[in-house]
Design a protein around this ligand. Structure first.
Ligand code: ADP
Ligand code: MG
Length: 491
């Protein structure tokens, strides 16, 4: 392609609304965690949206989404891929099957194609190309495209797959077609018909590689590469897949330009090695009793360990505990109460002198089976591998806090447990726990406890949707230390 001869086209259609643009990095991180742990790679990604109305979609599209399809909320991949693609970016979207990937690329594609110059005499199109691995998938995408195109006669769309009539496809191209949904093999066939004179790729400005992992499994890589080579280099290209094996990654890096990769990663929000559990107490006053019972159990296990090791304490069986509380005041209060109950605890909070904090931390590191009582903010960056138990005494209010506090245990190849103590008011924490705990971790609790947790969680979720509740109003008021968080995430 001679760049000078390429007809310009518009890629950017997205205007970030004020309230979305003004989100702090902490708020953005929290929304992404809530959206099944959206992980972004690449720079300049727009903030995620949480409502359809924030996307600036036209009224027909909004009508189809809200009234015909009845989609209340965006799926996680949609909340991030839609603004990114509508900003003109090349995007890699990784999200499991059934998570709404189709709309994530279809709406931006239709919008980009819609504003372009119509096909001139002799131009066959297409302007937009969607590649999918099988006839059935291509057909489904085609149906969905047709739904959004509706009565718009200027937006022709056809489906070209191996099983269907080549003749009719050729006829369609002769009339001119703006959007093609195709399997790669059939599209190549069409490109070669009539010595390449029937279909040409000159005007393609938007390419979708859907179900990329399956396209690769089915051996379509050479065909896709060939097709991509024939398309103008400044096209917009997006790739969607349920999985992202190395082979596909290498291909994507070759074919896409400065892509943003957006991965929905619900399973990995909290380190998989951490055994997560919870206790919902009947009243806030019962929480201390629950704490004592947890610590006693831990101590008992340590004593048994020690017995079986002939009283020798080695690093291998040093099992430290951290208890997280919401404030200095609670820290001092619980410290006093625990001492009276015979537990020796070390405390760190912002009210203590710097030197005392350092000394206490050293003591915690050097004393086997020690217990640290501290506020969440104070524990940032704390790296003590022997911590095998984290007790969250004051329920967390944000995903970031939960990921951070639980992340104090199971470091390196150590094992770890995280127990949250809730009272019936702790709806946010219940919601966060239901989203971060694996089904098998939930099932290890009594069915009564699980149903209490789920009820609390459902109440919070309803409040989140109605606007009554909000995430990201965590204790400490400082939000999340972004750098610290990133480092932890990397570890
Ligand atoms: P994927 O391509 O990720 O496998 P699809 O795009 O085929 O997923 O969507 C799966 C199903 O979910 C479809 O029936 C689709 O209509 C529906 N769907 C898509 N987006 C939403 C949404 N925001 N809310 C509810 N359902 C949705
Ligand atoms: Mg799909």
């Amino acid at each position: 392609y001679d760049r000078a001869s390429l007809e310009p086209f518009q890629k950017e259609f997205y205007i970030e609304q004020d309230d979305i643009r003004k989100m702090s990095p902490e708020e953005v991180a929290e929304v992404r965690l809530n959206m099944d742990n959206l992980v972004i790679k690449g720079s300049g990604c727009p903030n995620p949206v949480t409502r359809w109305s924030q996307l600036g979609l036209n009224t027909q599209v909004m009508d189809i989404i809200t009234n015909r399809l009845n989609f209340k909320n965006l799926t996680p991949i949609q909340s991030q891929a839609l603004p990114a693609i509508m900003s003109g970016r090349d995007v890699i979207g990784i999200s499991k099957t059934g998570s709404g990937k189709t709309i994530s690329y279809l709406l931006p594609l239709l919008r980009q194609i819609k504003v372009q110059r119509d096909l001139g005499p002799g131009e066959t199109g297409p302007l937009g190309l969607i590649m999918a691995p099988t006839r059935e998938l291509a057909q489904q995408i085609y149906e969905e495209a047709k739904l959004f195109i509706g009565q718009d006669a200027s937006m022709s769309c056809i489906c070209c797959t191996g099983g269907s009539e080549l003749k009719t496809q050729i006829q369609s191209f002769k009339r001119g077609v703006k959007i093609v949904v195709a399997t790669p093999g059939r599209f190549i066939d069409l490109l070669t018909i009539n010595g390449g004179k029937l279909v040409n790729t000159r005007r393609i400005t938007f390419v979708v590689i859907d179900e990329a992992d399956r396209l690769f499994d089915m051996g379509f890589e050479p065909q896709i590469t060939q097709i991509m080579k024939s398309i103008r280099p400044d096209k917009q290209c997006v790739l969607f897949s349920a999985t992202f094996p190395t082979k596909l990654r290498n291909f994507a890096m070759r074919v896409l330009r400065k892509p943003l990769s957006i991965t929905v990663n619900s399973a990995n929000m909290v380190n998989e090695k951490i055994e997560q559990s919870f206790v919902v107490c009947n009243t806030p006053a019962d929480k201390f009793g629950a704490l004592v019972s947890i610590l006693s159990t831990q101590q008992q296990q340590q004593d048994e360990q020690q017995d079986s090791n002939h009283n020798e304490l080695s690093d291998d069986n040093d099992e430290k505990t951290i208890i997280f509380v919401a404030s200095q005041q609670i820290c001092d209060l619980v410290d006093g109460q625990l001492s009276r109950n015979g537990f020796d605890v070390i405390t760190i909070h912002a009210g203590k002198e710097y030197q005392e904090r350092i000394n206490n931390l050293e003591k915690f590191k050097n004393t086997p089976n020690s217990i640290l009582l501290c506020t969440e903010v104070m524990s940032r960056g704390l790296n003590v591998p022997e911590v095998s138990l984290v007790v969250i005494y004051n329920a967390i209010k944000t995903f970031a806090q939960y990921v951070h506090t639980t992340g104090r245990t199971a470091r390196g190849d150590h094992h770890g447990k995280a127990i949250s103590i809730l009272d019936p008011e702790d709806l946010t924490a219940a919601y966060i726990l239901t989203k971060t705990m694996r089904p098998d971790q939930l099932e290890s609790h009594s069915s009564e406890q699980v149903s209490i947790l789920q009820k609390m969680s459902a109440e919070f979720k309803a409040g989140l949707e109605s606007g009554k509740y909000k995430l990201s109003t965590g204790f400490g008021g400082k939000g999340l230390d972004n750098l610290d968080f990133k480092r932890d995430a990397k570890e």
